[in-house]
Design a protein around this ligand. Structure first.
Ligand SMILES: Nc1ncnc2c1ncn2[C@@H]1O[C@H](COP(=O)(O)OP(=O)(O)OP(=O)(O)O)[C@@H](O)[C@H]1O
Ligand SMILES: [Mg+2]
Length: 518
């Protein structure tokens, strides 16, 4: 029976217990109004993705009921969700990399002429949808050749092509640059203008404030409250999520800078396609300092980090760690030389999904004491190590034996962060360290980076979040087009605007000045 309702989607008294006994949702009541942007926030493991997977038919609730446009429904598969007008874009995209964008958009619901895929029609459909919603894509480019921001637009177009009225976006901005986020928000506003409803998951409260009409807060599998966004501050939201005050302020003692730990000289890197991404980069990172790398993403930061870490090969130049040449050494040797690396893409480069948390936490050190003694593995030491890090990093998991695959997205990332931060390195490379993790964890990661620095570790921090770089770094190095364009002391009078000029290439320091400061 249809009831009059102000809601397009209503989830009533939803509970979910996973087969392993984890209670991911408990008596959740969640209601979405038509044409609103509804943010869903909560700590890592709070149950947000689970709730949305239930709505999208990927998981079945253990109890509770769902109403769509006032009608009770039972959603057994994404196919059924799509028939009800519900679409979802996952954080890990599900596109076919070798297919073109147009092919991906229509895949599974192709326009056919005499049972053959009508490719021209697919391109035309993609073009039209793209123009209609302001989601710019290049229909004939293969997905593997386009940047992540465009891939995300493809996922959104795909959902729209299937007739989604309600669009669920699970942490869409975690993989985007600030510029791409800005573009996504413009597109979301346009979607709502044309009658769509958007559910938006994010850990960045500034974004939630900027884009949403209402916000629902989850904590510990429960939905704590739904409020009008305009009526709450970021601080209040943080308190509702975490249950305590959160400080993203950083208190740092004066720097005690030591010897150079990392020395990079004239580094060059060229992609397989022949694009020069690093054009003669030289700098040092000293013991006891945090060197922050600022720059618009795509200006060589990722390549710089991956060349140092041994994941890519330099075309020319040198990388030395405490005087030892590690240029183009394999990752394992780079690690042994004393480099820890928090990779930007932690889910592909950081964890082994099928292995347990405890195993993931020792993959880089299992053959050493206390984990191995006299050639024998010491299970008690491995378990104790896991228990300690799970506790310190607030990794939400039943225990250390749980497979990483059963963790929430943010908790998978915390496993990598815990392993790298606990490895007692000489050089710690932290690439986008707080992406995808909740604010409580971000606070803790900030403390850990500062503590490493105070203990004499050289820290190389790369972040697209300029406020993060400015709160943590002692010196800031700006990259533009594969070159260093400035090296600045992070003094209290340094402004985001001043750094911005170098990031955009409006200004650059002279080669002599850079050489003297880098
Ligand atoms: N397939 C699964 N099997 C068992 N437990 C799971 C599974 N997926 C999630 N969980 C557990 O359910 C709980 C909620 O996870 P969920 O992914 O919904 O969290 P989340 O709020 O999306 O967190 P994040 O911000 O880290 O993405 C977590 O404790 C997680 O470990
Ligand atoms: Mg999630």
């Amino acid at each position: 029976m249809t009831q009059a309702t102000p809601f397009i989607v209503e989830m009533r008294d939803i509970s979910k217990v996973y087969p392993n006994g984890v209670r991911a949702n408990e008596h959740v009541n969640f209601a979405v109004r038509p044409r609103e942007i509804h943010a869903l926030v909560g700590e890592n493991g709070a149950g947000k993705s689970t709730l949305m997977k239930i709505l999208y038919g990927m998981e079945r609730p253990s109890s509770g009921q769902i109403f769509v446009r006032g009608k009770p429904v039972s959603i057994h598969s994404p196919h059924e969700a799509i028939a009800l007008g519900i679409g979802m874009v996952h954080q890990n995209f599900m596109l076919v990399p070798s297919f073109t964008i147009a092919e991906n958009v229509v895949l599974g619901a192709e326009p056919a002429r005499r049972r053959l895929l009508d490719y021209r029609a697919a391109v035309e459909i993609t073009r039209q949808l793209s123009a209609q919603y302001g989601l710019e894509v290049d229909p004939e480019a293969p997905v593997e050749a386009v940047p992540v921001g465009m891939r995300q637009r493809v996922e959104i177009l795909k959902a729209l092509y299937r007739g989604a009225d309600v669009l669920i976006l699970d942490e869409p901005t975690a993989v985007l640059t600030p510029q791409e986020t800005h573009e996504l928000f413009a597109a979301i506003r346009q979607l709502v203008q044309s009658g769509k409803t958007v559910i938006f998951i994010s850990h960045k409260l500034r974004e939630v404030k900027a884009i949403s009409d209402r916000v629902s807060v989850m904590r510990n599998a429960r939905l704590v409250d739904t409020v009008n966004t305009a009526e709450v501050s970021e601080e209040q939201l943080a308190r509702m999520m975490v249950g305590r005050e959160v400080f993203l302020r950083v208190d740092k003692a004066p720097m005690r800078r030591g010897e150079p730990v990392l020395q990079v000289r004239d580094l060059e890197y060229v992609t397989e396609a022949g694009v020069e991404m690093l054009k003669g980069v030289s700098f040092n990172v000293y013991a006891g300092e945090i060197l922050g790398v600022a720059g618009v993403e795509g200006n060589g930061q990722t390549e710089l980090v991956e060349v140092i870490a041994g994941l890519r090969s330099a075309a020319a130049g040198q990388v030395r760690l405490c005087g030892v040449d590690i240029t183009n050494a394999p990752p394992r040797r780079v690690r042994q030389a004393g480099v820890a690396h928090i990779p930007e893409d932690r889910l592909t480069n950081g964890v082994a999904l099928s292995m347990s948390i405890a195993e993931n936490l020792i993959v880089d050190r299992y053959e050493r004491p206390p984990f191995t003694r006299g050639g024998l593995m010491q299970p008690a030491a491995v378990a104790e190590h896991a228990e300690r890090l799970i506790d310190q990093f607030a990794i939400r998991a039943p225990d250390g034996d749980a497979p990483v695959a059963s963790l929430s997205g943010g908790n998978m990332q915390k496993v990598v962060l815990a392993r790298e931060l606990s490895s007692s390195p000489k050089l710690l490379i932290a690439a986008q360290p707080t992406r995808g993790v909740d604010i409580g964890a971000s606070e803790f990661i900030y403390e850990q980076l500062v503590r490493a620095r105070d203990n004499g570790v050289a820290v190389l921090l790369v972040s697209a979040d300029l406020s993060e770089v400015m709160s943590l770094a002692d010196r800031i190095m700006v990259m533009k087009d594969g070159r260093i364009t400035a090296v600045l002391d992070n003094t209290p009078d340094l402004t985001e605007e001043a750094i911005g000029y170098y990031m955009l290439g409006v200004k650059r320091m002279s080669a002599e000045e850079i050489a003297a400061r880098a």
